[in-house]
Design a protein around this ligand. Structure first.
Ligand code: NAD
Length: 483
């Protein structure tokens, strides 16, 4: 793809970026704003032939990049971080335009995405091996980390910037090259980020972006190619499971960040106001389209009426509207499929006896009113399927054991939350929760410095911190005999 030299402050930046990236007028597809259906831009639609070219380029670039010194890789990552922060506002507007995240939140995503790059610019310099002794005194033994090789990354639309940097930054830091296949709903953010990598001096072929409507065809090329050594995927459990099988053909290393179904337990000794605030953050951020979003709220019976009333007050005050408006707190859902799923779950819960506290219906277009449901009970779809929408279902519990058992009664295991002032309970419950991430009196535990990932149907591997870098490193053991 050609390198665009478009200034990002031009009002028509988006279409210029997309047009310039289009390889000699090849096939393209259009991106529409979920807020009002307007066409945002057309982007190149990569074919399996493009994928083969990208794989060749990634392999070729790997030969040099894997031998580039760690400090040089770190400097380039630092420069990429600088480019992203310099274009923070434009990236936030692109995110908001293509997938409907309120712009004030989108700025936060850019900061979060950039934090992974800053972190891995530092971690690149700390990759270290180990010399050790064996039983034979005439041998010198050491283990040294090596990059796993060219990486194929598939990313979702809900965090179009952060889900890419969380993979590309540790891959590049480790000495791997990466090919990113972004979600078709949010290819512009992906193209923007790879363009900024080039501006920062990133060598050709080290980070390539392949937007496509043919995810299966493009991915098949990567699965069949034994030179692509790793698959890293963030998306739904259903797709992740099938990609895991496909990656087995060429025995790729695999990391999978899949769906979640986060429980939020509120014990009767909790700071109620704070618990409500953190539920708001965890549930309604990104219109509820977050894999670590609270999906089920369990409240101890004594405080149930007070909790429901306080949450309803806060939810009714949420400002839903144009994601480009600074005051908007809840934007649209990403597409009609997402909207139908949320509306269907709410209908199913109401049909089966749940009580509508507030909201409960679709608004105009792809907007769904922030909703609170009480009296939710087992057997309702909302307790089984990931919601990915602004709906807060509330259940009551009596004892700690019951709350933990209900919280664990799911195939998912990504994030869980609990609110209590009892220190012993905080430890007891967080140990008993079968989840990769637990927020104790904290509805937003994610940070680039911490390990992010799940157990059970929520996936394999961790992103973030030094753990995220290890996913891109293999260990080579060398034994040197001293004859
Ligand atoms: P999705 O699985 O449908 O799509 C994710 C990505 O996979 C997209 O790029 C899509 O084009 C691609 N894809 C789909 N089918 C494919 C195929 N057959 N071959 C190759 N690629 C294919 O998920 P979605 O609905 O776009 O995203 C939301 C999901 O992502 C939710 O389930 C959410 O929980 C999950 N998610 C997880 C995390 C995490 O870190 N655990 C973070 C964000 C989102």
């Amino acid at each position: 793809m050609n390198r665009p030299d478009t200034p990002a402050d031009r009002p028509d930046f988006l279409s210029l970026l997309a047009d310039r990236l289009r390889d000699g007028g090849g096939p393209s597809f259009e991106v529409f704003s979920p807020a009002d259906g307007r066409r945002v831009a057309a982007v190149p639609d990569a074919t399996p032939a493009d994928a083969r070219r990208a794989a060749d380029a990634a392999v070729q670039a790997y030969a040099r990049w894997s031998r580039t010194g760690a400090h040089q890789r770190a400097r380039l990552l630092q420069a990429w971080f600088g480019e992203i922060m310099a274009h923070r506002e434009e990236i936030a507007r692109v995110i908001s335009a293509e997938m409907g995240k309120p712009v004030s939140e989108a700025r936060g995503e850019v900061d979060y995405a950039a934090a992974y790059i800053e972190l891995y610019a530092e971690e690149a310099k700390r990759i270290r091996g180990e010399a050790f002794s064996g039983p034979d005194a005439r041998k010198r033994l050491y283990a040294t980390p090596r990059p796993v090789g060219p990486v194929y990354a598939i990313t979702p639309w809900n965090f179009p910037a952060a889900m890419i940097t969380r993979k590309a930054a540790p891959a590049l830091a480790a000495g791997c090259t990466a090919i990113v296949k972004p979600a078709p709903q949010s290819p512009l953010t992906a193209l923007f980020l790879s363009w900024l990598w080039e501006r920062a001096g990133g060598p050709a072929g080290t980070l390539q972006t392949l937007p496509t409507l043919d995810a299966a065809g493009v991915s098949q090329v990567m699965f069949d190619d034994p030179r692509i050594r790793k698959l890293t995927f963030t998306g739904s459990t259903e797709v992740g499971r099938s990609l895991y099988r496909q990656a087995a053909g060429t025995l790729k290393r695999v990391s999978l960040e899949l769906g979640g179904h986060a429980p939020f337990l509120v014990f009767d000794d909790a700071d109620l106001d704070d618990a409500v605030e953190q539920v708001m953050l965890s549930k309604f951020r990104n219109a509820g389209q977050t894999c670590v979003c609270t999906n089920r709220i369990y409240v101890q019976r004594a405080i149930l009426p007070a909790f429901v009333a306080a949450l309803a007050r806060r939810v009714e005050a949420l400002r839903m509207g144009d994601p480009a408006d600074e005051r908007t707190e809840v934007g649209p859902l990403v597409d009609a499929r997402g909207l139908d799923k949320v509306a269907g779950q709410v209908r199913d819960a109401l049909d089966k006896g749940a009580t509508l506290v507030t909201g409960g219906r679709a608004a105009e277009g792809l907007f769904f009113r922030p909703t609170v449901l009480a009296g939710v009970a087992p057997g309702m779809r909302i307790l089984e399927e990931e919601t990915f929408g602004p709906v807060a279902p509330i259940l009551a519990f009596d004892t700690e054991e019951e709350a933990v058992a209900q919280a664990n009664d799911t195939p998912f295991g990504l994030a869980a939350y609990l609110y209590t002032r009892d220190l012993a309970r905080a430890h007891r419950v967080s140990e008993a929760l079968e989840y990769g991430i637990v927020g104790v009196n904290d509805g937003a535990p994610s940070t680039a410095w911490a390990p992010f990932g799940g157990v059970k149907d929520s996936g394999l591997g961790r992103e973030g911190g030094h753990w995220g870098l290890e996913e891109y490193l293999d260990l080579k053991y060398v034994s040197v005999g001293l004859p």
